[in-house]
Design a protein around this ligand. Structure first.
Ligand code: CO
Length: 285
């Protein structure tokens, strides 16, 4: 193709795109909402989500917000400003977005997620906003629990010998949705007796998992976070050298412990599940 034809093509294309943008005032955007992390190495998990979402929606602007006030304050002291969901939505309305898909990157529909729903409800009337939809967290129904069970089983449990168990560290919650953790354990049991799930701040407890792992003659425990990122809980509560870390407690009980220090958001299969929830609501916008 010679240059002149190329220039005509490009200018026709630019004109066409310009006309299209003028005809419609709609501006769609994506807001990804996570609890947040102040652990620098853990944020690579968020980069993975960011890249995958941008690859799926190359023409849509993607922004982030953290629900944790504590994490945002900590990052601010280190010189990094991260918006709360409310701040991010106000800014997006000011920047002319009319339709916003908000994706919760939480693991269960607990208090963080329900707070987010409340915030979005109160933001629907912001000037210029036509619609805001919220995508469900990772585990929000039968299909999610099955997809995650298959992932966990294939990724970690399938290759384990009879003397080994997989132990997942979930966060746990005081919210009623904590029931998703024992609920998930039910699905995991159906796949394999080698997979155990316990939580830091909810139920099931580590002690219960220890009893079950001993009952099946476990010698080696493969320990990994069931958390979106391998941040503070994974580094300290799970794998820390202190006496009360899960690693120390398991070793105290006589298990040999092997750690996989990777957050859920580092696995493409898991990010795909969050993205499938985002696709569901993006179509609704
Ligand atoms: Co916590």
């Amino acid at each position: 193709m010679n240059h002149k034809i190329l220039i005509v093509f490009v200018s026709l294309f630019v004109t066409f795109m310009g006309t299209k943008a003028q005809n419609t005032k709609d501006k769609k955007g994506i807001l990804l909402v996570t609890f947040g992390t102040s652990y620098p190495l853990a944020s690579k998990a968020f980069d993975n989500i960011d890249n995958k979402v941008k690859a799926q929606w190359p023409d849509v602007e993607v922004r982030w917000a953290y629900t944790s006030k504590f994490i945002r304050a900590k990052l601010q002291r280190q010189g990094t400003e991260i918006d709360s969901p409310a701040q991010a939505l106000v800014k997006m309305a000011e920047d002319g977005f009319t339709h916003i898909a908000v994706q919760s990157l939480h693991v269960i529909p607990g208090s963080e997620y329900h707070d987010l729903l409340e915030i979005v409800r109160s933001m629907q009337t912001l000037r210029g906003i036509v619609n805001i939809e919220v995508g469900s967290p990772l585990l929000c129904g039968h299909n999610d629990l099955q997809v995650m069970t298959d992932f966990i089983h294939n990724k970690f449990a399938k290759g384990l010998d009879e003397q080994s168990s997989l132990l997942l560290m979930g966060h746990g919650s005081h919210h009623n949705a904590n029931v998703f953790y024992p609920g998930f354990q039910y699905y995991l049991n159906a796949a394999s007796s080698k997979i155990h799930l316990a939580t830091v701040e909810g139920y099931p407890l580590l002690d219960e998992a220890i009893v079950k792992m001993k009952a099946r003659g476990t010698q080696k425990v493969l320990l990994t976070p069931f958390l979106s990122v391998a941040g503070d809980h994974a580094q300290n509560d799970m794998a820390g050298e202190e006496k009360d870390s899960w690693k120390s407690r398991l070793e105290e009980e006589g298990f040999y412990v092997e750690i996989i220090m990777k957050g859920l958001a580092e696995y493409d299969e898991v990010v795909d599940l969050w993205i499938s929830h985002l696709k569901d609501i993006y179509h609704e916008l």
